[in-house]
Design a protein around this ligand. Structure first.
Ligand code: PLP
Length: 396
Protein backbone atom coordinates (compact mmCIF):
# COMPACT_ATOMS: atom_id res chain seq x y z
CA UNK A 1 0.00 0.00 0.00
CA UNK A 2 2.84 2.42 0.76
CA UNK A 3 4.41 4.35 -2.13
CA UNK A 4 8.08 4.11 -3.06
CA UNK A 5 8.24 7.85 -2.44
CA UNK A 6 7.12 7.52 1.19
CA UNK A 7 9.44 4.56 1.65
CA UNK A 8 12.41 6.48 0.27
CA UNK A 9 12.66 8.81 3.27
CA UNK A 10 13.10 8.44 7.01
CA UNK A 11 11.29 10.23 9.85
CA UNK A 12 13.07 13.27 11.31
CA UNK A 13 15.58 11.82 13.82
CA UNK A 14 15.68 15.03 15.86
CA UNK A 15 11.91 15.07 16.30
CA UNK A 16 12.06 11.36 17.21
CA UNK A 17 14.63 11.97 19.97
CA UNK A 18 12.73 14.99 21.25
CA UNK A 19 9.51 12.92 21.39
CA UNK A 20 11.30 10.06 23.19
CA UNK A 21 12.74 12.48 25.76
CA UNK A 22 9.37 14.21 26.29
CA UNK A 23 7.60 10.85 26.69
CA UNK A 24 10.12 9.72 29.32
CA UNK A 25 9.68 13.05 31.12
CA UNK A 26 5.89 12.59 31.14
CA UNK A 27 6.44 9.20 32.75
CA UNK A 28 8.28 10.96 35.56
CA UNK A 29 11.87 10.17 34.45
CA UNK A 30 14.24 13.05 35.30
CA UNK A 31 15.47 13.68 31.75
CA UNK A 32 17.68 16.56 30.67
CA UNK A 33 16.62 17.17 27.09
CA UNK A 34 19.53 18.44 24.99
CA UNK A 35 17.74 17.25 21.86
CA UNK A 36 15.44 20.25 21.58
CA UNK A 37 15.29 22.41 18.46
CA UNK A 38 13.20 25.23 19.89
CA UNK A 39 13.74 28.15 22.28
CA UNK A 40 12.65 27.37 25.85
CA UNK A 41 11.22 30.90 26.23
CA UNK A 42 7.54 31.72 26.01
CA UNK A 43 6.21 33.64 22.98
CA UNK A 44 6.26 37.36 23.96
CA UNK A 45 2.96 38.78 25.22
CA UNK A 46 2.51 41.45 22.52
CA UNK A 47 2.64 38.66 19.91
CA UNK A 48 0.11 36.50 21.77
CA UNK A 49 -2.15 39.54 22.16
CA UNK A 50 -2.07 40.16 18.41
CA UNK A 51 -3.29 36.59 17.84
CA UNK A 52 -6.04 36.98 20.45
CA UNK A 53 -7.19 40.19 18.73
CA UNK A 54 -7.18 38.37 15.38
CA UNK A 55 -9.54 35.76 16.80
CA UNK A 56 -11.76 38.34 18.54
CA UNK A 57 -11.93 40.46 15.38
CA UNK A 58 -12.95 37.52 13.22
CA UNK A 59 -9.67 37.34 11.29
CA UNK A 60 -10.28 33.62 11.12
CA UNK A 61 -11.00 32.95 7.46
CA UNK A 62 -8.97 31.92 4.41
CA UNK A 63 -6.53 34.55 3.22
CA UNK A 64 -4.39 34.83 0.06
CA UNK A 65 -2.28 31.69 -0.48
CA UNK A 66 1.15 33.44 -0.29
CA UNK A 67 0.05 35.58 2.70
CA UNK A 68 -1.73 38.89 3.20
CA UNK A 69 -0.22 42.13 1.93
CA UNK A 70 0.18 43.15 5.58
CA UNK A 71 2.52 40.25 6.42
CA UNK A 72 4.33 40.58 3.10
CA UNK A 73 4.98 44.25 3.89
CA UNK A 74 6.19 43.34 7.39
CA UNK A 75 8.63 40.87 5.80
CA UNK A 76 9.71 43.38 3.14
CA UNK A 77 10.42 45.96 5.87
CA UNK A 78 12.36 43.37 7.86
CA UNK A 79 14.47 42.41 4.85
CA UNK A 80 15.18 46.09 4.16
CA UNK A 81 15.92 46.93 7.79
CA UNK A 82 18.04 43.91 8.71
CA UNK A 83 19.43 42.75 5.40
CA UNK A 84 19.52 45.99 3.40
CA UNK A 85 17.79 44.33 0.44
CA UNK A 86 14.65 45.46 -1.37
CA UNK A 87 11.91 42.97 -2.25
CA UNK A 88 8.50 43.34 -3.88
CA UNK A 89 5.34 41.63 -2.60
CA UNK A 90 5.38 39.17 -5.53
CA UNK A 91 8.84 38.05 -4.42
CA UNK A 92 7.54 36.80 -1.03
CA UNK A 93 5.61 33.71 0.04
CA UNK A 94 4.50 32.91 3.59
CA UNK A 95 4.17 29.22 4.47
CA UNK A 96 3.39 27.04 7.48
CA UNK A 97 6.94 27.24 8.84
CA UNK A 98 10.30 27.64 7.13
CA UNK A 99 10.30 23.87 6.74
CA UNK A 100 7.25 24.17 4.53
CA UNK A 101 8.88 26.98 2.51
CA UNK A 102 11.88 24.72 1.92
CA UNK A 103 9.65 21.82 0.92
CA UNK A 104 7.88 24.06 -1.59
CA UNK A 105 11.16 25.21 -3.13
CA UNK A 106 12.42 21.70 -3.86
CA UNK A 107 9.08 20.72 -5.33
CA UNK A 108 9.16 23.86 -7.48
CA UNK A 109 12.70 23.60 -8.88
CA UNK A 110 13.82 19.96 -8.94
CA UNK A 111 13.38 17.60 -11.87
CA UNK A 112 14.32 13.93 -11.48
CA UNK A 113 18.08 13.48 -10.89
CA UNK A 114 18.79 17.20 -10.54
CA UNK A 115 21.55 17.63 -7.99
CA UNK A 116 21.47 19.79 -4.89
CA UNK A 117 24.73 20.46 -3.05
CA UNK A 118 24.32 20.13 0.72
CA UNK A 119 27.21 20.85 3.08
CA UNK A 120 27.48 18.38 6.00
CA UNK A 121 26.84 18.48 8.89
CA UNK A 122 23.39 19.41 7.57
CA UNK A 123 19.97 20.04 9.02
CA UNK A 124 18.23 16.66 8.90
CA UNK A 125 15.36 17.57 6.59
CA UNK A 126 17.30 18.90 3.58
CA UNK A 127 18.32 15.46 2.35
CA UNK A 128 14.87 13.90 2.58
CA UNK A 129 13.15 16.91 1.02
CA UNK A 130 15.46 16.71 -2.00
CA UNK A 131 14.84 12.95 -2.28
CA UNK A 132 11.07 13.52 -2.07
CA UNK A 133 11.37 15.88 -5.03
CA UNK A 134 13.26 13.08 -6.87
CA UNK A 135 16.48 15.05 -6.78
CA UNK A 136 19.94 13.85 -5.78
CA UNK A 137 21.61 15.28 -2.66
CA UNK A 138 25.34 15.84 -3.21
CA UNK A 139 26.95 16.08 0.21
CA UNK A 140 30.13 18.06 0.84
CA UNK A 141 31.71 16.84 4.07
CA UNK A 142 33.37 19.24 6.47
CA UNK A 143 34.92 18.71 9.90
CA UNK A 144 35.65 20.75 13.01
CA UNK A 145 39.25 21.12 11.72
CA UNK A 146 38.00 23.65 9.17
CA UNK A 147 35.24 24.99 11.43
CA UNK A 148 32.66 22.97 9.47
CA UNK A 149 32.89 25.44 6.59
CA UNK A 150 32.78 24.76 2.88
CA UNK A 151 34.98 26.71 0.52
CA UNK A 152 34.60 27.72 -3.10
CA UNK A 153 37.18 25.01 -3.96
CA UNK A 154 35.00 22.30 -2.40
CA UNK A 155 31.92 23.64 -4.19
CA UNK A 156 33.75 23.68 -7.54
CA UNK A 157 34.64 20.01 -7.08
CA UNK A 158 31.01 19.08 -6.34
CA UNK A 159 29.52 20.88 -9.36
CA UNK A 160 28.38 18.78 -12.33
CA UNK A 161 26.18 19.50 -15.36
CA UNK A 162 23.21 18.41 -13.21
CA UNK A 163 23.79 20.82 -10.32
CA UNK A 164 20.67 22.87 -9.77
CA UNK A 165 21.07 24.39 -6.33
CA UNK A 166 23.13 24.64 -3.16
CA UNK A 167 21.88 25.02 0.41
CA UNK A 168 23.69 27.41 2.71
CA UNK A 169 22.56 27.41 6.33
CA UNK A 170 24.21 30.14 8.39
CA UNK A 171 24.08 30.14 11.41
CA UNK A 172 24.00 26.38 11.08
CA UNK A 173 21.91 23.70 12.65
CA UNK A 174 23.63 21.50 13.96
CA UNK A 175 27.02 23.23 14.34
CA UNK A 176 26.08 26.85 15.13
CA UNK A 177 28.86 27.92 12.75
CA UNK A 178 28.21 31.18 10.90
CA UNK A 179 29.74 32.43 7.65
CA UNK A 180 31.15 35.95 7.46
CA UNK A 181 30.52 38.38 4.64
CA UNK A 182 33.65 37.52 2.62
CA UNK A 183 33.05 33.80 2.81
CA UNK A 184 29.47 34.25 1.63
CA UNK A 185 30.56 36.53 -1.21
CA UNK A 186 33.00 33.91 -2.48
CA UNK A 187 30.34 31.18 -2.34
CA UNK A 188 27.78 33.38 -4.11
CA UNK A 189 30.24 34.26 -6.88
CA UNK A 190 30.97 30.59 -7.63
CA UNK A 191 27.22 29.95 -7.78
CA UNK A 192 26.68 32.92 -10.10
CA UNK A 193 29.46 31.76 -12.43
CA UNK A 194 27.96 28.26 -12.57
CA UNK A 195 24.28 29.32 -12.71
CA UNK A 196 23.42 27.56 -9.47
CA UNK A 197 20.46 28.62 -7.38
CA UNK A 198 21.34 29.46 -3.77
CA UNK A 199 18.91 28.44 -1.07
CA UNK A 200 19.97 30.42 1.97
CA UNK A 201 18.39 29.21 5.20
CA UNK A 202 18.77 32.15 7.59
CA UNK A 203 16.34 31.01 10.28
CA UNK A 204 18.93 31.49 13.08
CA UNK A 205 19.88 34.98 11.90
CA UNK A 206 19.00 36.71 15.17
CA UNK A 207 20.99 34.33 17.35
CA UNK A 208 24.62 35.38 16.90
CA UNK A 209 27.20 36.01 19.62
CA UNK A 210 30.45 37.82 20.46
CA UNK A 211 29.21 40.90 18.55
CA UNK A 212 29.29 38.85 15.35
CA UNK A 213 27.52 40.78 12.62
CA UNK A 214 25.15 38.54 10.70
CA UNK A 215 25.23 39.06 6.94
CA UNK A 216 22.70 37.64 4.54
CA UNK A 217 24.19 36.14 1.38
CA UNK A 218 22.21 38.68 -0.71
CA UNK A 219 23.92 41.49 1.21
CA UNK A 220 27.32 39.89 0.72
CA UNK A 221 26.70 39.57 -3.03
CA UNK A 222 23.78 41.76 -4.23
CA UNK A 223 24.22 40.49 -7.84
CA UNK A 224 23.07 37.06 -6.60
CA UNK A 225 19.74 38.37 -5.29
CA UNK A 226 17.71 37.03 -8.20
CA UNK A 227 19.36 33.61 -8.06
CA UNK A 228 18.94 33.26 -4.31
CA UNK A 229 15.90 32.18 -2.36
CA UNK A 230 16.11 33.43 1.22
CA UNK A 231 14.42 31.32 3.84
CA UNK A 232 13.54 32.73 7.21
CA UNK A 233 10.73 32.67 9.76
CA UNK A 234 9.60 33.60 13.24
CA UNK A 235 10.09 30.23 14.99
CA UNK A 236 13.55 30.69 16.46
CA UNK A 237 13.87 34.50 16.79
CA UNK A 238 10.53 35.03 18.54
CA UNK A 239 10.05 31.66 20.29
CA UNK A 240 7.15 30.85 17.96
CA UNK A 241 7.85 27.28 16.84
CA UNK A 242 4.28 26.13 17.34
CA UNK A 243 2.74 28.99 15.39
CA UNK A 244 4.12 27.69 12.09
CA UNK A 245 5.08 30.79 10.12
CA UNK A 246 8.04 30.85 7.76
CA UNK A 247 8.72 32.61 4.50
CA UNK A 248 10.75 32.61 1.32
CA UNK A 249 11.94 35.66 -0.62
CA UNK A 250 13.43 35.68 -4.09
CA UNK A 251 12.93 35.30 -7.82
CA UNK A 252 9.26 35.96 -8.57
CA UNK A 253 8.83 33.06 -11.00
CA UNK A 254 10.08 30.57 -8.41
CA UNK A 255 7.91 32.21 -5.72
CA UNK A 256 4.93 32.02 -8.08
CA UNK A 257 5.52 28.27 -8.66
CA UNK A 258 5.83 27.72 -4.92
CA UNK A 259 2.52 29.57 -4.49
CA UNK A 260 0.87 27.34 -7.09
CA UNK A 261 2.09 24.24 -5.26
CA UNK A 262 0.96 25.62 -1.92
CA UNK A 263 -2.46 26.46 -3.39
CA UNK A 264 -2.92 22.75 -4.14
CA UNK A 265 -1.66 21.52 -0.79
CA UNK A 266 -2.06 23.64 2.34
CA UNK A 267 -3.33 27.03 1.02
CA UNK A 268 -2.54 29.95 3.31
CA UNK A 269 -0.66 29.64 6.60
CA UNK A 270 -2.93 30.12 9.64
CA UNK A 271 -4.56 33.58 9.51
CA UNK A 272 -4.20 33.94 13.29
CA UNK A 273 -0.51 33.08 13.23
CA UNK A 274 -0.03 35.52 10.35
CA UNK A 275 -1.38 38.36 12.54
CA UNK A 276 0.94 37.24 15.36
CA UNK A 277 3.92 37.19 12.96
CA UNK A 278 3.12 40.73 11.76
CA UNK A 279 3.40 41.88 15.38
CA UNK A 280 6.61 39.87 15.86
CA UNK A 281 8.24 41.55 12.86
CA UNK A 282 6.82 45.08 13.30
CA UNK A 283 6.62 45.29 17.10
CA UNK A 284 9.29 45.72 19.76
CA UNK A 285 12.43 43.64 19.24
CA UNK A 286 13.56 43.87 22.87
CA UNK A 287 12.71 40.22 23.68
CA UNK A 288 14.91 39.01 20.85
CA UNK A 289 17.89 40.67 22.50
CA UNK A 290 16.96 39.30 25.95
CA UNK A 291 16.80 35.75 24.57
CA UNK A 292 19.99 36.21 22.53
CA UNK A 293 21.94 37.34 25.60
CA UNK A 294 20.70 34.37 27.62
CA UNK A 295 21.69 31.95 24.84
CA UNK A 296 25.14 33.56 24.68
CA UNK A 297 25.64 33.01 28.42
CA UNK A 298 24.69 29.35 28.06
CA UNK A 299 26.91 28.85 25.02
CA UNK A 300 29.92 30.29 26.85
CA UNK A 301 29.27 28.02 29.82
CA UNK A 302 28.65 24.85 27.84
CA UNK A 303 31.67 25.20 25.55
CA UNK A 304 33.99 25.78 28.47
CA UNK A 305 32.62 22.84 30.43
CA UNK A 306 32.69 20.48 27.44
CA UNK A 307 36.30 21.31 26.63
CA UNK A 308 37.29 20.58 30.22
CA UNK A 309 36.07 16.97 29.84
CA UNK A 310 38.68 14.51 28.64
CA UNK A 311 37.80 13.04 25.25
CA UNK A 312 35.54 15.90 24.18
CA UNK A 313 36.52 18.71 21.84
CA UNK A 314 34.12 21.50 21.07
CA UNK A 315 34.58 24.52 18.81
CA UNK A 316 32.89 27.72 19.98
CA UNK A 317 30.30 28.56 17.33
CA UNK A 318 29.08 32.09 16.63
CA UNK A 319 25.37 31.34 16.37
CA UNK A 320 22.16 29.30 16.80
CA UNK A 321 21.60 27.39 20.08
CA UNK A 322 23.58 24.25 19.38
CA UNK A 323 27.09 22.99 19.98
CA UNK A 324 28.52 20.05 18.05
CA UNK A 325 31.36 18.50 20.05
CA UNK A 326 33.73 15.95 18.58
CA UNK A 327 33.53 12.76 20.63
CA UNK A 328 35.61 10.55 18.35
CA UNK A 329 38.34 9.94 20.95
CA UNK A 330 35.74 8.31 23.20
CA UNK A 331 34.86 5.72 20.57
CA UNK A 332 36.21 2.22 21.06
CA UNK A 333 36.49 2.74 24.83
CA UNK A 334 34.52 0.96 27.50
CA UNK A 335 32.17 2.67 29.95
CA UNK A 336 30.34 0.79 32.70
CA UNK A 337 31.39 -2.41 30.97
CA UNK A 338 29.99 -1.35 27.59
CA UNK A 339 32.15 -0.52 24.59
CA UNK A 340 30.95 2.60 22.78
CA UNK A 341 31.57 2.20 19.06
CA UNK A 342 29.67 5.08 17.51
CA UNK A 343 28.00 8.41 18.22
CA UNK A 344 24.66 6.59 18.01
CA UNK A 345 25.73 4.15 20.74
CA UNK A 346 27.08 7.08 22.77
CA UNK A 347 23.73 8.92 22.55
CA UNK A 348 21.91 5.72 23.63
CA UNK A 349 24.36 5.24 26.50
CA UNK A 350 23.80 8.81 27.72
CA UNK A 351 20.03 8.41 27.63
CA UNK A 352 20.07 5.02 29.36
CA UNK A 353 22.76 5.65 31.96
CA UNK A 354 22.50 9.32 32.92
CA UNK A 355 19.18 10.37 31.38
CA UNK A 356 20.38 13.05 29.01
CA UNK A 357 19.05 13.24 25.46
CA UNK A 358 21.47 14.34 22.72
CA UNK A 359 21.31 13.78 18.96
CA UNK A 360 24.06 11.64 17.38
CA UNK A 361 26.09 13.38 14.67
CA UNK A 362 25.23 10.60 12.19
CA UNK A 363 21.71 12.10 11.95
CA UNK A 364 23.34 15.20 10.46
CA UNK A 365 25.71 13.30 8.17
CA UNK A 366 28.67 13.67 10.57
CA UNK A 367 29.73 10.60 12.52
CA UNK A 368 31.86 11.04 15.63
CA UNK A 369 30.02 14.08 16.96
CA UNK A 370 26.91 14.75 19.03
CA UNK A 371 24.58 17.74 18.89
CA UNK A 372 23.74 19.40 22.19
CA UNK A 373 21.02 22.02 22.19
CA UNK A 374 21.28 24.63 24.93
CA UNK A 375 17.70 25.77 24.46
CA UNK A 376 17.07 24.81 28.04
CA UNK A 377 17.65 26.67 31.33
CA UNK A 378 21.19 27.28 32.57
CA UNK A 379 20.35 25.07 35.60
CA UNK A 380 19.48 22.22 33.23
CA UNK A 381 22.60 22.88 31.19
CA UNK A 382 24.71 22.65 34.36
CA UNK A 383 22.96 19.51 35.55
CA UNK A 384 23.19 17.89 32.11
CA UNK A 385 26.91 18.56 31.70
CA UNK A 386 27.56 17.27 35.25
CA UNK A 387 25.81 14.06 34.24
CA UNK A 388 27.78 13.82 31.01
CA UNK A 389 31.00 14.22 32.99
CA UNK A 390 29.91 11.50 35.43
CA UNK A 391 29.00 9.17 32.58
CA UNK A 392 32.51 9.50 31.18
CA UNK A 393 34.22 9.18 34.54
CA UNK A 394 32.67 5.77 35.00
CA UNK A 395 35.13 4.57 32.33
CA UNK A 396 36.35 1.06 33.22
C1 PLP B 1 18.10 24.99 9.85
C2 PLP B 1 16.63 24.98 10.01
N1 PLP B 1 15.86 25.40 8.99
C3 PLP B 1 14.53 25.41 9.07
C4 PLP B 1 13.88 24.99 10.22
C5 PLP B 1 12.38 25.00 10.24
O1 PLP B 1 11.84 25.96 11.06
P1 PLP B 1 10.26 26.21 11.10
O2 PLP B 1 9.62 25.25 10.18
O3 PLP B 1 9.85 26.03 12.52
O4 PLP B 1 10.06 27.63 10.65
C6 PLP B 1 14.63 24.54 11.31
C7 PLP B 1 13.97 24.02 12.52
O5 PLP B 1 14.51 23.31 13.33
C8 PLP B 1 16.05 24.55 11.21
O6 PLP B 1 16.81 24.15 12.23
Amino acid sequence: MISKRAQSIKPSPTLAIDTKAKTLKQKGVDIINFGIGEPDFDTPKNIKDAAISAINNGFTKYCPVPGTLEIKNAIINKLQRDNNTTYLPEEIIVSSGAKHSLYNIFQAIIDPKDEVIIPAPYWVSYIDMVILAEGKPIVINTTDKNNFKITSELIKRAITSKTKAIIINSPSNPTGVTYCQNELKEIAQICLENKILIISDEIYEKLVYDNFKFTSIVQACPQAKDTTILINGVSKAYAMTGWRIGYAAGNKEIISSMTKLQSQSTSNASSISIKAAVEALNGTQEYVETMRKEFEKRRNYIVERLNSIEGINCIKPEGAFYVFPNISSILGKSFNGKVINSDIEFADYLLDQVKIAVVPGAAFGAKGYIRISYATSIENVQKGIDRLENALESKI
